[in-house]
Design a protein around this ligand. Structure first.
Ligand code: PLP
Length: 401
């Protein structure tokens, strides 16, 4: 018997068992790293059988189209996403841009959330425009009001929830209902929550993309993106991935599959720690607002509670106006929070954000903004580090006065 014989399992059980069968691997628990470009076939008949179009993305025929290591990860992601099948891209950004390229053509209109990850936004606004695809950016909190922006040629509505930088929670079911009534497809960037915390495809998304670089890889040592689609869209999107020439190394696929096994326990700990740190930050005089949907005071809390089963460890902190030098002094003094791009690894991060990129926040442009990723450290140590950081911030602020 294998886990696929019989009724489906719950998500933690799935995380432990999804992704190929050990019987294909001489019993090894983990799939070996198959390094292969050329695949040899002993006879013309077998060579010809491998070329059958319908088997293109299922059987081993040329390394560029996948290996048993990448097939195992694809199967695992598709199962967790409750999608038809998944495909792998060399980065999360490649997953977002390739999904859009596959689903749009000249003359089409794209609706993209204003809160999308900056490079995805750039692709929608600048690159797609070169090919005659028009994009409109909408308020992430628009909900069913998206109706007023739909045009006859609108083919894709792109969501990211919560959004990058401002963490606005989107009403996915309401937006999907309107989009589908207008024959448009719903694509979501589900990097922040992963399907572990947001069953995006069950809530109406036709395509879910994830930067597995973040929580799924989970160890800050690999770049990888995934696209999962419904059955009718699979061939169209998977062909585009192959035709653009993308392929993912088996070593990277192996690392991501290995990270996936502990996704549930890591995410639950990120959430517990992040909630503690976020609540502490809310009580600080220097802090104007903490942008974290798991906080009951957050504007997106009700929708988050309805649609998500948890919150990951990334949130925003808006400070009351202080000189830039004061924020710099704070960030430079931190011992545990590293300063670096990305998130979703086991370690805590804190970076300054450009307040001119805060699209929907009201208030002064002088606001200083910090993005925090809460890692797996003891939250008491993280809080002590931030407390010390605020002492540096306040000292530098008084010195500047
Ligand atoms: C990081 C990120 C991406 C891009 O992923 P890379 O693997 O770094 O290219 C896309 N979307 C979101 C929401 C992200 O946070």
């Amino acid at each position: 018997m294998t886990p696929n014989d019989g009724p489906p399992f719950r998500r933690d059980t799935l995380l432990t068992h999804v992704g190929g069968s050990p019987t294909d691997r001489h019993g090894a628990v983990n799939p070996p790293v198959y390094r292969a470009s050329t695949i040899l076939f002993p006879t013309v008949a077998e060579w010809e059988a491998s070329r059958v179009h319908a088997n293109r993305f299922k059987v081993l025929r040329y390394g560029q189209l996948g290996t048993p290591t990448t097939f195992a990860l694809e199967e695992a992601i598709a199962t967790l996403e409750s999608g038809y099948r998944a495909m792998l891209l060399p980065s999360g950004l490649a997953a977002a841009t390739t999904a859009l390229l596959a689903l749009l053509k000249t003359g089409d209109h794209l609706l993209m959330t204003d809160s999308a990850y900056q490079p995805t936004r750039h692709f929608g606004k600048v690159i797609l425009a070169r090919y005659g695809i028009d994009a409109t950016f909408y308020d992430p909190c628009i909900g069913a009001g998206i109706e007023s922006l739909m045009r006859p040629e609108t083919r894709v509505v792109f969501l990211e929830s919560p959004g990058s930088i401002t963490f606005d929670v989107q009403d996915l079911p309401a937006i999907a209902k309107v989009a589908h009534a207008h024959d448009a497809l719903v694509v979501i960037d589900n990097t922040w929550a992963t399907p572990y915390f947001l069953p995006a495809m069950q809530l109406g998304a036709d395509v879910s993309i994830i930067a597995a670089t973040k929580y799924i890889g989970g160890h800050s040592d690999v770049l990888l993106g995934t696209i999962t689609t419904t059955e009718p869209l699979y061939e169209r999107v998977r062909s585009m991935v192959a035709e653009l020439g993308y392929s993912v190394s088996p070593d990277d696929a192996y690392l991501v599959l290995r990270g996936l096994r502990t996704l549930g326990v890591r995410l639950e700990r990120h959430e517990k720690n992040a909630l503690q740190v976020a609540q502490w930050l809310q009580g600080r005089a220097e802090v104007k607002q903490v942008l974290y949907p798991a906080l009951p005071t957050d504007p997106g809390h009700a929708i988050w509670k309805r649609d998500f089963t948890g919150a990951s460890g990334l949130f925003g902190v808006v400070l009351h106006p202080v000189p830039k030098a004061a924020v710099d002094a704070m960030l430079n003094s931190l011992r545990l929070f590293g300063m670096g791009a990305s998130f979703g690894g086991f370690e805590s991060l804190a970076i300054p954000m450009d307040s001119t990129r805060l699209r929907h926040l009201t208030g002064s442009a002088d606001n200083r903004f910090i993005r925090i990723h809460v890692g797996l450290e003891d939250p008491a140590d993280l809080i002590a580090d931030l407390e010390e950081g605020f002492a540096h911030l306040n000292a530098a602020a008084s010195a500047a006065r």
